[in-house]
Design a protein around this ligand. Structure first.
Ligand code: ATP
Length: 618
């Protein structure tokens, strides 16, 4: 993380989830309908479903109506596919069989999804005890011999297709659990999920909007496959004579057909044909959906950055609406009541030998409204850990090992607490505290449009309508220097440049009118040419909005350029703190002197600071 001395600045915070779920869905559907195999699968499945739904109308006979004077008859105008050994109409039984077979397959897949999906989402997202218990249950379910369980259930409850499909759904639910949990784990620590949390969304909203969108596609594809497997298993059981002979299902027909295979092989052919057609169509559908989604990814990556037509937007400016904002306790610099007060903060991580490695040690400082505080130090000095303690975004393994944090007078870490009070912070994040991250692209959810990611938090946090939030988002985009807000609003994150994405995040950070903005190396990931612009933007917005800003950086140049006061950190400890002008004029600590020296000489700070730290220690 190296910033050029005269560039770098803060950048506003995270955006949030988006509405493009519907857009994504409609695009995938369009691609699905362009795939001939997908169309064939849909037509077949739709045809079978319609035949099943209208079986009462289409079937000339009741499913069990038997004409014993006409057994094993060949097709004629009355029985178009002939009759079975009991004189029952094969066509009618196929139609009623389709209904039962499809419904039971849906029941099985439904039960498996209902158990496996939420359990996988919760286990993947929260991990901890729920995941441990779920893994244990899943291991037990997977180690059960499925067929024996189904036979036992059949013996206990009788030959009910519904009961056996519910049981099979439970047995197969670990497939969904594992699929979902793994997918969630892969995105749980993505920055855009943290960004959504910072923007004030509840865990439920994050799971439903950001996390679920990741597992939606694989779950749909898996459901198509599992419905096919359920049909095969159900028919297999019935073929073995374990079905309910009073119900016409394809499996029961298969079993009866087998008994008369030498007399009338068509009895075996028709249910086999129906099953193969249905299972084949389900497999094709799953593949077509997968292809449609993969094509979407390829197309997305080929698109060029959008932006160039314009539309002025109306809507209240954040600077104007800020006046109507909640009253914030007056915080005067120099009094004991600060916007943020960090007192003797210690943060550590438990080690394998039982000890705790302190990464922040006895750090105290404060920030007031209307000022920019810089936290400066070399890589690994504990700047981000300090900022994340204020945001409540420390990893689960982190422990507060001392001290306290107050926001506007209330403790978010009270003396004696070993973790951050998430109940309090979840009410502050995205509302009164916002965050500008280091890597803009990673902090936007690729599955949703920028507009959606700006609008949703405003609707939720400010309680305004979607239309009003849309107007506000357009105005905000314009305020942060985006020339064509309407295009950016509709664009996906991959369609804009890094600098523009950071501007979007800045718009998101100020959208809910925060009192404090925490910016963690906000220009590090940006091109040198846009770093200065983004810094200017942050400074401008900070002055206009009068918010407090904590700027985390390893670059003293940025501090000198932007900050009112500075905290210098080294190896997790605060080595010096004070007004920037004073520290620039008269740095007391040798480490600060080295840091300043590196800036003035234009050296790469991180390189020399390692040596500086060593010298200071000597
Ligand atoms: N999850 C974690 N588990 C254990 N140690 C961690 C964890 N996260 C950070 N640390 C340690 O905490 C120390 C401080 O890290 P921090 O990210 O605050 O540094 P920083 O000053 O922000 O540096 P950088 O500019 O490189 O991000 C580092 O030594 C780092 O290895």
């Amino acid at each position: 993380m190296t910033e050029s001395v005269n560039t770098s600045a803060l950048t506003p915070a995270p955006g949030t989830p988006g509405q493009s779920g519907t857009v994504v869905r409609s695009t995938v559907l369009k691609r699905l309908f362009k795939n001939p195999l997908g169309i064939v699968a849909i037509v077949i499945l739709l045809g079978i479903a319609l035949l099943a739904a209208f079986a009462d109308v289409l079937a000339p006979f009741e499913e069990n109506y038997a004409n014993i004077a006409k057994t094993l008859a060949s097709p004629d105008s009355v029985n178009i596919l002939g009759t079975d050994s009991a004189g029952r109409d094969i066509w009618s039984r196929l139609l009623f069989g389709a209904r039962l077979t499809l419904l039971s397959a849906l029941l099985c897949a439904g039960v498996a999804v209902a158990i496996g999906l939420p359990a996988g989402l919760i286990a993947g997202y929260y991990a901890g005890r729920f995941e441990a218990v779920s893994n244990w249950v899943v291991s037990i379910l997977m180690s059960l011999p499925g067929l024996i369980v189904l036979l036992t259930i059949r013996a206990a409850f009788g030959p009910s297709v519904w009961v056996s499909m519910i049981a099979f759904g439970v047995l197969i639910s670990p497939a969904y659990f594992r699929l979902t949990r793994t997918a969630v784990q892969s995105v749980r620590n993505e920055l855009y999920v943290d960004a959504a949390r910072v923007s004030g969304l509840s865990d439920r909203s994050i799971i439903v909007r950001h996390i679920f969108s990741v597992v939606r596609a694989p779950v749909i594809i898996q459901t198509a496959a599992i419905a096919g497997v359920a049909i095969a298993i159900q028919s297999g059981l019935e073929f073995l004579g374990l079905g309910d002979p009073s119900k016409a299902t394809w499996g029961v027909m298969l079993s009866e057909g087998f008994k008369n295979v030498y007399l009338k092989p068509e009895l075996l052919f028709w249910p086999s044909f129906a099953m193969s057609l249905t299972i084949g169509a389900l497999v094709l559908l799953g593949n077509a959906i997968r292809d449609a989604m993969e094509d979407g990814e390829k197309i997305k990556h080929r698109k060029k950055p959008a932006d160039k037509a314009a539309t002025a937007t109306s809507g209240p400016s954040p600077t104007v609406t800020r006046a109507s904002r909640k009253a914030v306790a007056a915080v005067e610099s120099g009094t004991e009541h600060h916007l943020v007060k960090v007192t003797n903060l210690g943060v550590g991580y438990p080690q394998a030998d039982g000890s705790i490695k302190k990464v922040v040690d006895d750090v105290s400082f404060h920030v007031d409204r209307g000022e920019i505080l810089g936290i400066v130090g070399e890589s690994g000095s504990g700047k981000s850990q300090t900022a994340f303690s204020i945001l409540g975004l420390l990893p689960d393994t982190a422990r507060i090992v001392g001290g306290a944090i107050q926001f506007d007078g209330d403790y978010t870490v009270a003396p004696g607490d070993d973790t951050v009070n998430q109940d309090r912070l979840s009410k502050l994040r995205g509302k009164r505290i916002s965050y500008i991250p280091q890597e803009p692209m990673s902090n936007l959810d690729p599955a949703f449009t920028i507009g959606y990611q700006l609008v949703t938090p405003m609707v939720r946090v400010l309680g305004i309508s979607k239309a009003e939030a849309t107007n506000r988002a357009m105005k905000l985009l314009s305020d942060v220097g985006i020339t064509y807000p309407d295009r950016t609003f509709k664009a996906y994150p991959h369609e804009v440049s890094g600098g523009m994405a950071q501007r979007v995040l800045i718009a998101g950070a100020i959208s809910c009118e925060p009192d404090l903005i925490i910016a963690d190396e906000p220009t590090t990931a940006l091109d040198v040419t846009v770093q200065a612009d983004v810094l200017d933007l942050i400074r401008d917005l900070q002055k206009r909005l009068g918010v407090g800003v904590i700027l985390v950086t390893h670059n003293f140049g940025v501090v000198a350029d932007l900050c009112d006061r500075v905290v210098v950190m080294q190896n997790g400890r605060l080595v010096e703190e004070g007004p920037v002008r004073e520290i620039l004029r008269n740095p007391a600590d040798p480490y600060t002197q080295k840091l300043l020296g590196s800036m003035l000489e234009g050296k790469e700070p991180m390189t020399m600071l390692v040596a500086a730290g060593t010298e200071a220690a000597q």
